[in-house]
Every structure is written in structure tokens, then in C-alpha cells.
Design a protein around this ligand. Structure first.
Ligand SMILES: Cc1cc2nc3c(=O)[nH]c(=O)nc-3n(C[C@H](O)[C@H](O)[C@H](O)COP(=O)(O)O)c2cc1C
Length: 241
């Protein structure tokens, strides 16, 4: 029987989706039975909608106090997904102010998380502009608390390091196009870099190979340290398995 893999993620600006789709493609090629599922953030207090660009920065800032206090909000995950039995669950977590995005925390604190993760293996992929370490660590800890067994983690980033990627982010929120310059600075294209997507595929290839037993089996893995350097990096992939 094919190994069954779930890629469960939240996305707002579609970068976690891009990574999830890249991973899904590779796992499918490896003959895994892959399912993608998004966590919907349906909380009316925080109306995050991309077409609402003029108000978006203000809405994002209004989330800050609740996010920093680790508050949760209303989410939706299909019940049939929570009931299914998976060989591996990959959790995709966007980074919001250094930590997992509120919808991810909301899911991981819900009874549905225990239903899905108890006695199951899980991997984590963090998506960010540049800073991912607390996100990855927090998701690992919360999913373990729900009974899951951590097998591996990776993070995928934008080009441009912390400052320039912030400019790309603001430019993206204010404009529909990638303008190349913002406030007089050269900026990189918004989103996880091509190199980051290639690394995500490599990450999925390795997870899939382990599931299929073609390389050494899963065991517990350590999350690598966040590099201190400011220069751009596509992501981090470390196999301590
Ligand atoms: C509210 C908010 C806070 C963010 N905070 C951080 C941060 O602390 N560090 C970082 O590297 N990126 C941060 N980002 C950038 C996101 O991690 C990045 O845009 C990523 O693509 C989000 O995933 P998504 O595109 O799937 O929504 C933040 C984005 C938002 C919307």
C-alpha cells in the first residue's frame, strides 16, 4: 500500500501554498498518496483578505497584540481529514512576528490536533521572509504535546535578508506588482526564492524516501540553529536523522 501523507498548512500570501505544492508534487512522483489541506482562518475579528489591500497593513497591525499574547482564533479543518490515518503529516507554518501564525497555533491547541497527530509522525516546514527558528520550534513543541512524533524540520525563506525582504513585503501589500524598487531601494521579488522551492522539493524527496524505506528509517531529529548572518538565505535543511 502507498504511504499516506498529509500536507496541512495555513497560508495568507500564498507562499506556504507554493512550498506545499512543490512538496506534494515530489511526494506524488515518489508514489506516495498525498493530500493537501489548508487550515481556514474564519475568525471575524481578524478579516485578512488579500483583495482588501488598502486596509491590509492596518489589519495586519491590529493582529499584533493578540498574536504576541499567543491568542487563538476560529479556524476550520475538514472533519474527514482529522479522522484519517496518515503515515506522515507535514505541517506548513507561516511566520508571524517570529512565531507560528495564529491559525496554526489555533489548530495545534484544538482537540482536532490531538485527533490527527496522536501516535503519528509529523514534519514541520516554516515559511518566512528571514526569521523562522521560533516558529519551527514552537510548532514542533505543540504538535509533540498533542501526541505526535517529530521526524524532521525545514524552513524556506525569501531573498534579501530581513530588511530588504520586509521592503518586498510592504511593496507587495501596497502594490499588485513586483516593482523592483521600493522607497528608492532595490528589492527582490516577493516570495520564497526559487532556491527555497528547490530546497523544499529536496526536503520532500528525503521525507518520501524515508517513508518508502529506501533510505534509513525515521528517528528523532534536531532543529538546526537560526543562522545569525543578515545576508539572504533560501532556507535551512538539515537532516539529523
Ligand atoms: C502578520 C505577519 C507577520 C510577519 N512576521 C514575520 C517575521 O517575524 N519574520 C519573518 O521572517 N517573516 C514575517 N512575515 C512574513 C511571512 O512569514 C511571509 O510573508 C510568508 O510568506 C507568510 O506565509 P504565507 O505567504 O503562506 O502567508 C510576517 C507576515 C505577516 C503577515
Amino acid at each position: 500500500m502507498k504511504p499516506r501523507v498529509l500536507i496541512l498548512y495555513y497560508t495568507f500570501t500564498n507562499q506556504t501554498r507554493r512550498v506545499a505544492e512543490a512538496m506534494s508534487e515530489v511526494l506524488g512522483e515518489l508514489d506516495c498518496d498525498v493530500e493537501e489541506c489548508t487550515i481556514e482562518f474564519i475568525d471575524q475579528r481578524y478579516r485578512l483578505e488579500l483583495p482588501d489591500k488598502p486596509k491590509l497593513l492596518r489589519t495586519i497591525m491590529s493582529l499584533l497584540p493578540a498574536q504576541l499574547r499567543g491568542k487563538t482564533g476560529a479556524i476550520r479543518v475538514p472533519e474527514e481529514v482529522l479522522k484519517r490515518d496518515y503515515d506522515l503529516i507535514c505541517i506548513g507554518s507561516p511566520t508571524w512576528w517570529f512565531y507560528p501564525a495564529m491559525p496554526i497555533v489555533s489548530f495545534l491547541e484544538s482537540p482536532g490536533a490531538r485527533q490527527l497527530l496522536e501516535n503519528k509522525r509529523f514534519a514541520v516546514f516554516a515559511v518566512c521572509r528571514a526569521i523562522w527558528w521560533h516558529n519551527l520550534r514552537q510548532v514542533k513543541k505543540m504538535a509533540q504535546k498533542q501526541g505526535g512524533t517529530f521526524v524532521d524540520g525545514a524552513a524556506f525563506c525569501f531573498d534579501g535578508g530581513y530588511i530588504r525582504s520586509e521592503l518586498s513585503f510592504i511593496s507587495y501589500l501596497k502594490n499588485d506588482a513586483d516593482l523592483g524598487r521600493f522607497w528608492g531601494f532595490k528589492i527582490y521579488k516577493f516570495g520564497v526564492s526559487d532556491e527555497g522551492i528547490a530546497m523544499a522539493k529536496e526536503f520532500a524527496r528525503e521525507l518520501g524516501s524515508r517513508l518508502l524505506g529506501t533510505v534509513s528509517r525515521f528517528s528523532s531529529s534536531a532543529i538546526p540553529a537560526q543562522p545569525h548572518e543578515e545576508h539572504s538565505h533560501a532556507g535551512v535543511r538539515e537532516t539529523a536523522i
